[in-house]
Design a protein around this ligand. Structure first.
Ligand SMILES: [Zn+2]
Length: 146
């Protein structure tokens, strides 16, 4: 049986508890569920605009199969949840044929920022769109982007 459908059901069920009322363990279970969905779903990405107020609207990106919102917030949480924080000193980022020591992960506006140490021993920061992480793999201390 396909695991995706029960996972989506369980995500929906977990969302019945408002974020502010969730215990840490509950939030971890929720994040684990979302993270499995993110890696298992063959996402069909939809771009939409939501109104923030009468004059402003912002673009959102979601999947119409699993209904995950793929934004910088989610991706940063996903990466930090799946990387082992105790191994932070030896985190690595693989992009194509390149591999860099990965120093930091943060978001700015809706951009995912990955700070790495480049060949000349300087800290550089790569900017990614949240959608760039669809299909990425995270193993313990390594982020692999295709
Ligand atoms: Zn999906």
């Amino acid at each position: 049986m396909n695991e995706l459908e029960p996972l989506i059901k369980s995500k929906n069920s977990l969302e019945e508890i408002p974020v502010k009322n969730r215990s840490l363990q509950f939030q971890n279970l929720y994040m684990h569920t979302c993270s499995l969905i993110f890696t298992k779903c063959n996402h069909n990405i939809i771009y939409d605009y939501i109104d923030i107020d009468v004059e402003k609207s912002k673009q959102i990106c979601y999947c119409d199969i699993c209904y995950l919102t793929i934004d910088a917030d989610f991706i940063c949480n996903f990466l930090l949840f799946n990387l082992d924080s105790e191994l932070k000193e030896i985190w690595k980022l693989h992009v194509g044929n390149f591999s860099y020591p990965l120093k930091n992960i943060y978001k700015q506006n809706n951009t995912v920022k990955l700070s790495i140490i480049s060949d000349n021993n300087k800290i550089s920061t790569f900017d990614f769109n949240p959608e760039d992480f669809i299909g990425c793999s995270v193993y313990q201390r390594v982020v692999i982007l295709n």
